[in-house]
Ligand binder design. Structure first.
Ligand code: ADP
Length: 560
């Protein structure tokens, strides 16, 4: 700011000095020329007086300073010229001053002298004898005036420029200081009222910018929070395939300890799989791709996990500018798919076996291959197989109801202890057949539940307790409450479940010993239905079992 003000000042000073110098120069020149002319006139009349009285010794005595003296005859012939270099043969009768002097007594003229070139003042006086005395002198011109003025002009200019420098720096400081001290947020306290509108505008813009920055920051933080808290792995790459952003989940999936190990490096530093890299190239060329990367399998405490990679191209201004890659955990999905495949195969198998034997037996009967006495036996076998089929189909329907979330929710309040007693009564004969005793312990507990499903749950557990028991064994049903929960357990002293099978007995169609299960009319779906019923009532199920000692299944249900 100081420089600019000083520059403007300096230009102003120099321009003023130049204009003043020219004006004064012209004025001085004019004044000095007038002085010179006046002096020459006086001198001319003085010398003319002397010449008229003949009171001088020689023409040379007329020499005065640098004034040229010429004496011209009435005819214009030069009689004497004090300028040594003058050509006295030149006829000067045509000179204006001569003509005027001859006619009127005196005359003058200014013209560039033939002899000296510069402007010369000529003054002529007619003498008493008719001769003409002419005095001439080269007048001071502008150059001479300037040359005379130059040292002083330079000194004055320098002095003014120095003063201007000093003044402008003080002035700048005085202008700037209040601005530096001002609180620009308070436009009512501005040091100069001229800047108030600017400051108001600047303040409004600043507020807008602050708001926008705040918004941008919030948005960036939100995006950051989303990216870093996503369960899915996310990697963003530029057009060259170099990693720009990678989130923690992606690092965890690939076991990369630190972000900086992969940022700015090619994405192959994250996943080297050839198929995956082919997809990255396709995606960078603008194609959306999805791939189940076989290599992307991670061992975690909860077991092996599988991932799918989804690659979407990023376009900016219609040009492919990179890609976003998501790694989705598809473990559960794949597990569910595998379970569905297994279930379908199991269902087909479970239904096909009894149907095949029913079909074979009925064909034999139809072809008369069965003796009359055996017909009843065959009919009984067919009926048992069909009952079994009906049981399996019933269980499958029940499970599919749970799968589709269509299981009945008509909950009523009833006493589960009462219900257990009735069921045990119904099992008395079956238990007797197997020499197994059943007992009920605990106390009445009111629960709000679907009574049909709870009945089925108790039925399945007690049935298993009897089925997988040994001679003279026992089954104990214990019902109690714990705060807001009802706890029921079914313990038996049966064959138990080997530890390696325990995690799987709740799976559909899973049987520890398939032939024993089938012999006893089991479908392999009972415990899986029990688990669904417990979960349907917000309950939990736990299993304790020891081979040849017995099994205890405990279920915790919400009372309300
Ligand atoms: P199933 O119809 O075969 O009984 P479940 O789903 O009820 O099917 O049981 C799955 C498997 O778990 C059974 O085949 C059996 O091997 C085992 N199991 C269930 N309950 C008991 C128990 N109380 N004692 C021993 N093994 C059992």
């Amino acid at each position: 700011m100081h420089r600019r003000i000083f520059r403007s000042f300096a230009v102003l000073v120099l321009a003023s000095v130049a204009v003043l110098a020219v004006a004064f120069g012209l004025l001085f020149m004019n004044r000095s020329q007038n002085h010179e002319k006046e002096a020459i006139r006086e001198k001319a009349h003085f010398i003319a007086g002397l010449l008229n009285h003949g009171s001088f010794e020689s023409y040379n005595a007329l020499r005065v300073g640098d004034t040229r003296i010429t004496l011209i005859s009435p005819r214009g012939v030069t009689l004497y010229d004090s300028y040594a270099g003058a050509d006295i043969t030149v006829d000067r009768g045509d000179r204006t001053e001569f003509i005027r002097a001859a006619a009127h007594g005196n005359g003058e003229a200014v013209r560039p002298s033939d002899t000296f070139g510069a402007d010369t003042f000529y003054y002529a006086v007619r003498l008493a004898d008719g001769r003409v005395l002419r005095l001439s002198r080269t007048l001071n011109n502008l150059n001479d005036v300037f040359s005379a003025m130059l040292p002083m002009l330079t000194a004055v200019t320098l002095a003014i420029v120095c003063a201007a420098y000093f003044l402008t720096s003080r002035l700048t400081r005085r202008i700037v200081k209040p601005l530096a001290d001002a609180d620009f947020e308070r436009t009512d306290e501005m040091p100069y009222e001229e800047i108030v509108p600017f400051m108001q505008k600047i303040n409004a813009q600043r507020q807008e910018i602050t708001g926008q920055i705040h918004k941008l920051k919030n948005r960036a933080e939100t995006i950051d929070a989303i990216i870093s808290n996503m369960r899915e792995g996310m990697v963003m790459v530029n057009a060259k395939g170099n990693v720009m952003t990678v989130n923690q989940s992606a690092l965890d999936i690939f076991g990369i300890p630190k972000k900086k190990l992969v940022v700015d490096k090619n994405i192959r530093h994250i996943c080297r799989d050839a198929e995956f890299m082919r997809c990255v190239e396709l995606c960078l060329a603008g194609e959306y791709t999805e791939i189940a990367v076989p290599q992307i399998i991670k061992n975690t405490p909860s077991g092996e996990r599988s991932y799918n990679a989804i690659l979407s191209p990023v376009k900016r201004g219609g040009v492919n500018d990179g890609a976003i890659v998501f790694f989705l955990d598809v473990t559960e999905q794949r597990k569910a798919e595998a379970q569905r495949r297994e279930f379908t195969a199991n269902v087909s198998h479970e239904l096909k076996t009894p149907l095949t034997s029913v079909s074979a037996m009925s064909e034999m009967m139809a072809n008369g291959m069965v003796k009359d006495g055996d017909t009843a036996v065959f009919a009984d076998r067919i009926s048992r197989q069909i009952n079994r089929l009906a049981l399996v189909i019933d269980d499958i329907i029940r499970l599919s109801e749970f799968d589709e979330g269509k299981a009945a929710r008509d909950f009523t309040l009833f006493d589960i202890f009462d219900m257990a007693q009735t069921i045990i009564e119904a099992f008395k004969d079956k238990a007797k057949e197997k020499n197994v005793s059943i007992s009920l312990e605990g106390y009445p507990v009111q629960i709000n539940a679907n009574s049909r499903l709870i009945e089925e749950l108790l039925y399945n557990l007690i049935d298993n307790g009897i089925k997988y028991n040994r001679e003279n064994g026992s089954v104990t049903l214990y019902i109690r409450e714990d705060g807001e929960r009802c706890i029921l357990s079914v313990s038996d002293t049966g064959i138990g479940i080997p530890p390696e099978h325990q995690p799987r007995v709740f799976e559909r169609f899973y049987r520890v010993d398939a032939s024993r299960s089938k012999q006893t009319g089991g479908t392999g779906l009972g415990l899986s239905i029990v688990k669904h019923i417990a979960e349907h009532h917000g309950g939990k199920i736990s299993l304790e079992s020891a081979e040849n000692k017995g099994t205890k299944i405990e279920i915790t249900l919400a009372k309300r």
